[in-house]
Design a protein around this ligand. Structure first.
Ligand SMILES: Cc1cc2nc3c(=O)[nH]c(=O)nc-3n(C[C@H](O)[C@H](O)[C@H](O)COP(=O)(O)OP(=O)(O)OC[C@H]3O[C@@H](n4cnc5c(N)ncnc54)[C@H](O)[C@@H]3O)c2cc1C
Length: 401
């Protein structure tokens, strides 16, 4: 008899995990994936920068470094096989003064330790050929990185899951589990029920809450950090060709506002990082009083604000005032002016934070009885999703064996 496995969450990590499970053992697994929205990939997986990260800045041996390495290769192969738009256009990380040049060297060494290939420090004249309007004094070229249509990847994964015999159920908002004998009855807000033997939680912004329902209590809570993007007006999009990043502040898992070309050809600036007033709140007026109250009353969040007042104030200012946002971009693009940009979209990151106000730096999985929970999967989890799928499916299959 087949083992019934349920996956909660039809974002890119849930889809990739379901795909890998079926690819490895379709003979043993009967799979149902439950997604509350009408389509897959409508939250973080399509509200992101659309960048393929190769594992440059992550601590060597961390899950982020290892899974980004394997993930980017698998992602490019998947896109090629399924005709999904992507491009390895390369990225520049800029140093704006001599101190930053030293940091750039360290970043290159870190990237080499993580196995990246083709990393090169470029002089200004060299990188101006690629990005004629870029600021800075030196740049690190990361040729493996690029851009992709992550929503297209989600739709491609869904098709593969269904071709392998899996069921993807949309409009199923998981709200409760009843454990009876070896069985788990997964209930939706509309009273539907899916019965499984094992559950994998890839619930993104709600992964911590879903874990609690299975009796798994993470030491962290998900704090939603919204990131706003601006779009370059057509008259100004010559200012950026591909990807221009600053040196990220190592104290935070966010990469700092950067400049990107989307796979659609549009050029963007962003995202910053401010507390979202609701876990899936894409505008400042999307307020969920319960979720906002829960974030503000969380000891961890209050400690985070106390420890990083400058960062919190600066991120907030860049949401409130376009002039501040543009000021942050000036070191990357000295010619940029407010008139070059118009407000476009936002995304919300599911970032785990502990009670001391520390942001979880690495991907995090937790094990329950007959359940596995992906508790922290922020960037670069979209790039790394197929490798995350291997990580989770191997654990689950060895447990089931
Ligand atoms: C602004 C921003 C920029 C980013 N840039 C990049 C980038 O350039 N490159 C990169 O690799 N990564 C990037 N990331 C990170 C990346 O997008 C995420 O790490 C990744 O999409 C996480 O995927 P996920 O499947 O875990 O979460 P999600 O995509 O959020 O999926 C979770 C799914 O679970 C569903 N769900 C939740 N609760 C329930 C429930 N109760 N019942 C049923 N379904 C439920 C949701 O509807 C959702 O579809 C960025 C993220 C943001 C926000």
């Amino acid at each position: 008899m087949k083992i019934r496995v349920g996956v909660i969450g039809g974002g890119i990590t849930g889809l990739a995990t379901a795909f890998k499970l079926l690819k490895k053992r379709a003979d043993r697994i009967e799979l149902s994936l439950m997604e509350k929205e009408r389509e897959v990939g409508l939250h973080q997986s399509s509200h992101n920068s659309g960048v393929l990260h190769a594992g440059l800045a992550y601590a060597p041996h961390s899950a982020k470094a290892q899974l980004a390495r394997s993930g980017i290769r698998q992602m490019i192969a998947f896109c090629r096989e399924h005709d999904i738009p992507h491009e390895q256009c390369g990225k520049l990380v800029l140093a704006t003064d001599s101190q930053e040049v030293e940091e750039l060297e360290k970043l290159r060494t870190n990237g080499l330790r993580n196995g990246l290939i083709g990393l090169r420090i470029l002089d200004r004249e060299e990188y101006l050929e690629k990005e004629p309007y870029a600021g800075g004094v030196k740049a690190l070229l990361v040729p493996e990185e690029g851009i992709v249509d992550f929503k297209g990847v989600c739709d491609g994964l869904r098709r593969e899951i269904e071709a392998l015999g899996g069921h993807v159920v949309n409009g199923f908002k998981f709200t409760a589990v009843e454990q009876r004998g070896g069985e788990q009855r997964l209930r939706s807000s509309r009273g539907e029920e899916v019965v499984v033997d094992y559950t994998i939680n890839c619930g993104g912004l709600y992964a911590d809450r879903i874990a609690h329902l299975f009796g798994v209590h993470p030491a962290v809570r998900i704090v939603p950090f919204r990131g706003d993007f601006y779009r370059f007006k057509a008259s100004s999009d010559r200012l950026v060709n591909d990807l221009i990043y600053p040196l990220a502040d190592p104290r935070y898992p966010f990469l700092g506002v950067h400049l990107t070309r989307l796979i659609t050809g549009e050029k963007e600036a962003g995202p910053n990082a401010v507390l979202a007033f609701s876990r899936e709140g894409y505008n400042w007026w999307d307020i969920h009083p319960g979720e906002l109250g829960s974030a503000l009353s969380y000891k961890g969040f209050r400690r985070f604000v106390k420890k990083h007042p400058y960062m919190v104030a600066s991120e907030l200012q860049s949401t409130l005032w376009k002039s501040h946002f543009v000021k942050r971009l000036k070191p990357l693009l000295p010619e940029i002016e407010e008139r070059d940009l118009e407000k476009s979209r936002s995304g919300v990151r599911a970032q785990a934070m502990d009670k001391k106000g520390n942001l979880a730096g690495d991907f995090e999985l937790m094990q329950g009885e007959h359940s596995t929970h992906l508790i922290n999967a922020p960037s670069p989890a979209a790039t790394a999703s197929l490798a995350i799928g291997d990580w989770i499916s191997d654990k689950v299959l060895s447990y089931l064996d």
